[in-house]
Design a protein around this ligand. Structure first.
Ligand SMILES: [Zn+2]
Ligand SMILES: [Zn+2]
Length: 270
């Protein structure tokens, strides 16, 4: 998991006072996620090398075919800890209500977390209805709780195997679409914000529809941020550098480059 110092978050709050509240939340989330990993995730990837190669070759994201085998109690404690820490710092009626239900064992956390991992929106909505919280709230906390688990899982996989056997436009670990593209000299990597995995992908190919003919770059005039666009599927992907990602929390980088998304949005990309 990418990690940053508490001082860095204070520095960013000073540098971007208009984002101070959001940066405060991002800092608390990171603190909670780091504290989850103080007790190591007990059982990382259990797949044999040949199974990993087979899954990757068939385009299957590893954590989706080989669910991270956490005990039910650990799943529950990870989610409860994340919700509890956020509610401590940013108390809301809904957050507190969810926390109480978690503490009272009213939520089947392992099933919920698998639905969040697989992005099964309908079952998440049903659980949210039962608990009388918004589905977005459950997804938000579920994703926040998945990050440290998935990143530990990702780190337990042989990175060379991953890089050699995967050229898809979605994450080899969790199946999410990339948040950023990281251009290199003659290569580039894609970055997943759900598990902080990076993987290589052809530089001039659309990550979403794989088209190689309608690829272009648009620069957002005020910030100078470059956005990769595809004239075939009309999707876009912001470009950031390895250095930026090493220095700035991706959730903040997401906010700092939001103007570029808005700009290409006005040009018809989504
Ligand atoms: Zn991922
Ligand atoms: Zn495309």
């Amino acid at each position: 998991m990418l990690a940053y110092t508490p001082e860095a978050y204070e520095r960013w709050k000073t540098a971007y006072p208009e984002l101070s509240d959001q940066i405060g939340l991002i800092a608390v989330l990171q603190m909670a996620q780091k504290s989850v990993l103080v007790t190591p995730i007990e059982t990382p990837c259990t797949l044999e090398t040949a199974d990993i190669q087979h899954a990757l070759a068939s385009g299957s994201s590893l954590a989706v075919v080989d669910t991270p085998p956490l005990s039910d109690a650990r799943w529950a404690s990870v989610l409860t800890e994340i919700v509890g820490t956020v509610v401590d710092h940013f108390p809301t009626e809904e957050g507190t209500h969810l926390l109480i239900q978690l503490q009272n064992g009213k939520v089947d956390v392992p099933i919920l977390m698998l639905d969040v991992l697989d992005q099964n929106l309908e079952p998440i909505r049903e659980v949210a209805d039962d608990l009388e919280v918004e589905p977005e709230t459950l997804t938000f906390y579920g994703s926040a709780a998945l990050l440290p688990v998935l990143s530990a899982y990702a780190q337990s996989v042989d990175q060379q195997l991953l890089q050699e056997n995967w050229l898809q436009g979605y994450c080899p670990i969790c199946g999410r679409e990339p948040l950023f593209s990281l251009p290199g000299d003659s290569t580039r990597s894609l970055f997943c914000n759900q598990c902080h995995t990076q993987w290589r992908y052809p530089p001039c190919q659309c990550a979403f529809c794989r088209d190689v003919t309608a690829h272009a770059f648009v620069e957002e005039p005020e910030t100078g941020i470059e956005v990769e666009v595809c004239h075939t599927c009309k999707r876009f992907l912001r470009q950031v550098s390895d250095e930026q990602l090493a220095e700035i929390d991706p959730a903040l980088l997401d906010l700092l480059t939001a103007a570029a998304s808005v700009h290409v949005g006005t040009l018809g990309f989504h």
